[in-house]
Design a protein around this ligand. Structure first.
Ligand SMILES: Nc1ncnc2c1ncn2[C@@H]1O[C@H](COP(=O)(O)OP(=O)(O)OP(=O)(O)O)[C@@H](O)[C@H]1O
Ligand SMILES: [Mg+2]
Length: 379
């Protein structure tokens, strides 16, 4: 397709201004409004609109207009029927002499100004469509030209970059918020609680050595205070990790539940960016496998302690390890239940594996692991 040289310095300036907007510190709606202004003035269009697609790509998340009194939409987004919808389902430039006679035209809603000539182009960055730019009624009853189309395509790139950037910034903020929470919870658990616990134990060891009852009593009070503090911190960790139905929170709930029937509290180690890298459906399988593994320990192992490890390794593998110090799994041939088989098939459905093996000092080690980063459709 031949490109039309831009001869008018004003046009060139408007185009450059639009491109530079992406670098400005204006917020997204302001940038899009400017882009729309540039598109209408570059082409001499009376009306302009810019629709931002929602993340599903099927509907509109946002709609900006210029030229028309926005009052007629009364705060509602267009439903994306008619010609607007055509550009959503088929994102290719569209130039029409008469908007209302297009087969997809469904007419205008009440209060909508009449429009005739039309130019619509997709807002696209590296193959991904973020929305559409629509122009109507070129000045003096003229038609939009191929040169207009190419100008507006260039302006649309600026809009696309702005939307793309804004989404990246949102996503990064969300990720770092989740990672901060995970890091704080991990620090509290691994450092603060462990130290308090060790201090409590040391005081406990000293308590018997004090002859003066008043001193012994005060030491005991300090120990009780430490215990109370540890309990409070555990609650905080729980709150940090359960917010937003996080995987950490769900693992903690499953373990808390099991602690009741086991008669003791499993030791839990959570390692790596669980909440930011494990997709929801993988987390569902993991918590189901964990629940069954702990139920088995309760029913079959006669264990005195259990360790639960859930780790994301190299951001590419999710591992669950449940280690008990019980009787060990005796004869593989005699297994009649469904629990282990279900766990194995959950792992397989995600492309992973499950294994049970005797622990180093007796007991059983169950390992359940699945790859991450696979295509969701595949999983
Ligand atoms: N942690 C464990 N320690 C000792 N034996 C175990 C342990 N986990 C499983 N087993 C043995 O393996 C068998 C199979 O476990 P599986 O979970 O498949 O079935 P189940 O627990 O017996 O029944 P269900 O179908 O209700 O889960 C158990 O019956 C038990 O003998
Ligand atoms: Mg079972």
């Amino acid at each position: 397709m031949p490109y039309h040289a831009i001869e008018d310095p004003k046009q060139l300036q408007a185009l450059l201004d639009a491109a530079l907007l992406v670098e400005s510190d204006l917020d997204l709606p302001a940038i899009l409004q400017h882009v729309l202004g540039a598109a209408t003035s570059l082409t001499g269009a009376r009306y302009g609109a810019l629709g931002v697609l929602d993340r599903s790509g099927q509907g509109l998340a946002d709609f900006h207009t210029i030229g028309a009194d926005p009052g007629f939409c009364q705060g509602r987004l267009p439903e994306g029927k008619g010609v607007l919808g055509l550009l959503i389902t088929d994102p290719r430039p569209l130039r029409l002499e008469e908007l209302t006679t297009h087969p997809r035209s469904v007419g205008f809603p009440p209060g909508h100004p009449p429009m005739h000539s039309f130019l619509g182009v997709p807002i696209r960055v590296r193959g991904e469509v973020f929305g559409n730019l629509y122009l109507a009624d070129k000045e003096a009853g003229d038609q939009f030209t191929l040169a207009d189309e190419q100008l507006v395509m260039s302006v649309a790139v600026a809009a696309g970059m702005a939307i793309h950037n804004a989404r990246l910034v949102d996503r990064l903020a969300e990720l770092s918020r989740l990672e901060d929470r995970e890091r704080i919870a991990r620090d509290l658990h691994d450092t603060v609680i462990q130290r308090l616990f060790a201090t409590g134990l040391r005081l406990q060891g000293l308590a018997g050595m004090f002859q003066v009852p008043e001193v012994a009593r005060r030491v005991q009070m300090a120990i009780d205070d430490l215990d109370e503090t540890i309990r409070e911190i555990r609650t905080t960790i729980f709150a940090l990790s359960t917010s937003g139905d996080s995987l950490r929170g769900r693992i903690t709930s499953v373990v808390e539940e099991a602690a009741g029937s086991l008669g003791f509290r499993p030791e839990v180690h959570l390692d790596g960016p669980l909440d930011s890298t494990v997709p929801g459906h993988v987390g569902d399988h993991l918590t189901a496998a964990l629940r069954e593994a702990l139920a088995n320990v309760g029913r079959h192992a006669r264990a005195r302690s259990v360790k639960v490890l859930v780790a994301v390794r190299d951001a590419s593998e999710l591992v669950l390890e449940v280690t008990d110090d019980g009787l060990g799994i005796s004869d593989q041939g005699e297994r009649k239940g469904l629990g282990l088989a279900n766990m194995a098939s959950r792992a397989r459905s995600l492309g992973g594996t499950m294994a049970v093996a005797p622990g180093d000092g007796g007991g059983t080690v169950l390992t359940w692991s699945v790859p991450l980063n696979r295509d969701r459709a595949e999983a």
